[in-house]
Every structure is written in structure tokens, then in C-alpha cells.
Design a binder for this molecule. Structure first.
Ligand SMILES: Nc1ncnc2c1ncn2[C@@H]1O[C@H](COP(=O)(O)OP(=O)(O)O)[C@@H](O)[C@H]1O
Ligand SMILES: [Mg+2]
Length: 223
């Protein structure tokens, strides 16, 4: 699904991480941990081509991202749902319109019932017609997850998707991501919430990656 081949990244102020070679297979479930500033968000951005690696290759569905035309990159991104760390919305559109955007913006039909089901799953049924600036931080994260999964992506990338949520809601969103994974979606979640990782690992087979000392390591079974 996604393969890093000897990838390094450097924003200009020194190498953030290097020599990363890893495959995230179709249907797999991964967590990405590491201290703040280690490069988790950078790693996710490399996965969907928002950033180009300083060295090495990133392949998505067997295609080198650097070789893709703008159109091919856009088509590839339609198959990847992303929850960004700073959930941005189109503020003049309602929550339900924002959630439907991955479908409506590409001319695909938007089944009203799918939008309603997802909004109620993330606990936002009563906010369907609200405008994003009126939402709390946690409500924005929940809306961002609904938007990321509405188009049934092959892969979900989520950057600290439960950072502003209480434990009940974190579990609920994690259950949704586990359910999607059981249906075949590959999932990669950046988080430093070990309780959340343990909760997921009690239900599915998840691998934990950690960025530490400028390397990506596979964490041991102790987590
Ligand atoms: N666009 C950028 N330009 C320069 N430095 C950046 C940029 N984005 C992130 N960084 C730096 O790279 C490091 C890793 O950032 P990030 O990937 O956001 O880490 P994490 O998500 O693990 O907290 C940080 O030191 C951050 O300041
Ligand atoms: Mg981050």
C-alpha cells in the first residue's frame, strides 16, 4: 500500500530521520509514536505526497510519488483519507457539507444516509447544520474523521485524531477505525496516547512504530 525505500527527511535544519525502509500493507494497522517534534506529522505528510522526501522514495500503491503527474497524485489522494493535526474546514459550509466534500468535490453521489450515519457515529448528529467555527476542538476532530472516511478510502492516515477528546469519545473513534480496518482499510495513526494503543491492541493486530533518535523503529511487544 505504502512503501518507504531508504527515506530521509530534512527541512534544512538537520536530518529529522533517515534510512527509513518500511512497508505498510493493505489491511494493516499501525501506530506511530515518538516525542513531540520527532517527525510524526512529517512522516504522515510524506505518505500522501504533501512533502517530498529529501532522499529515497515513497511508493503508494506501487507508484513512486515523485513520478506522478498532478492529476495522478490527486487521483491517488482520493483513495487516502487524512485527518490532519490541525483540522481545517471550509468555514462557510455546514458540518455535513464539509463531511461530504471528498465525494461532492469529485462529482460522486453523496448518500444522505451515509453522511447522517457517520455524523451520528462520531456524536455530531445534532451539529450537522452547524458551521465549523462554532465547533469545539474535540468536535472538529470528530468531524475531520467523518470527512476522512466518507469516501471509503483504501488507507486512513490520522494525525493525533484523539488529542482533544475524552476517553469515551477516543474509544468510540478508535472503534470506528478498527471497524474500517476489519473491512480492509489500512490504518496509520500518529499518537502518543499509550492507553489508546493498548485499547486497540486488545482488539486487533496492530504494529507500533516509533521515531526515536532520528530512526524509525518497530516497538517491542511491551506496549
Ligand atoms: N514546514 C516546516 N519547516 C521547517 N521545519 C519544520 C516544518 N514542519 C515541521 N518542522 C520541524 O520538524 C520537526 C518535526 O515536526 P513534526 O513532524 O510536526 O513532529 P511531530 O508531529 O512528531 O510533533 C519539528 O522540529 C518541527 O519544528
Ligand atoms: Mg505532529
Amino acid at each position: 500500500m505504502i512503501a518507504f525505500d531508504d527515506v530521509s527527511h530534512d527541512y534544512g535544519g538537520g536530518r529529522l530521520f533517515g534510512d527509513v525502509s518500511i512497508k505498510l500493507d493493505q489491511g494493516s494497522f499501525h501506530f506511530l509514536t515518538g516525542p513531540s517534534g520527532a517527525g510524526k506529522s512529517t512522516f504522515l505528510k510524506l505518505c500522501y505526497g504533501e512533502l517530498t522526501p529529501s532522499a529515497g522514495k515513497v511508493l503508494v500503491m506501487n507508484k513512486d510519488l515523485q513520478g506522478l503527474s498532478r492529476n495522478d497524485l490527486a487521483a491517488m489522494r482520493q483513495r487516502i483519507g487524512v485527518v490532519h493535526q490541525d483540522c481545517q474546514f471550509l468555514d462557510h459550509l455546514s458540518v455535513e457539507q464539509n463531511v461530504a466534500l471528498p465525494l461532492s468535490a469529485t462529482g460522486r453521489p453523496v448518500p444522505d444516509s451515509d453522511v447522517a450515519d457517520l455524523l451520528s457515529w462520531v456524536g455530531l448528529a445534532s451539529h450537522a447544520e452547524a458551521l465549523p467555527p462554532t465547533l469545539s476542538g474535540g468536535e472538529r476532530q470528530r468531524a475531520a474523521l467523518a470527512r476522512a472516511v466518507i469516501a471509503a478510502p483504501n488507507m486512513l492516515l490520522a494525525d493525533e485524531p484523539t488529542g482533544n477528546l475524552d476517553w469515551d469519545m477516543s474509544q468510540r473513534l478508535m472503534s470506528l477505525m478498527i471497524e474500517l480496518n476489519r473491512m480492509g482499510t489500512a490504518v496509520l495513526i500518529a499518537t502518543h496516547d499509550l492507553q489508546l494503543i493498548r485499547f486497540a491492541k486488545s482488539q486487533i493486530n496492530a504494529r507500533v512504530l516509533r521515531i526515536a533518535r532520528r530512526k524509525l523503529q518497530v516497538a517491542g511487544a511491551d506496549l
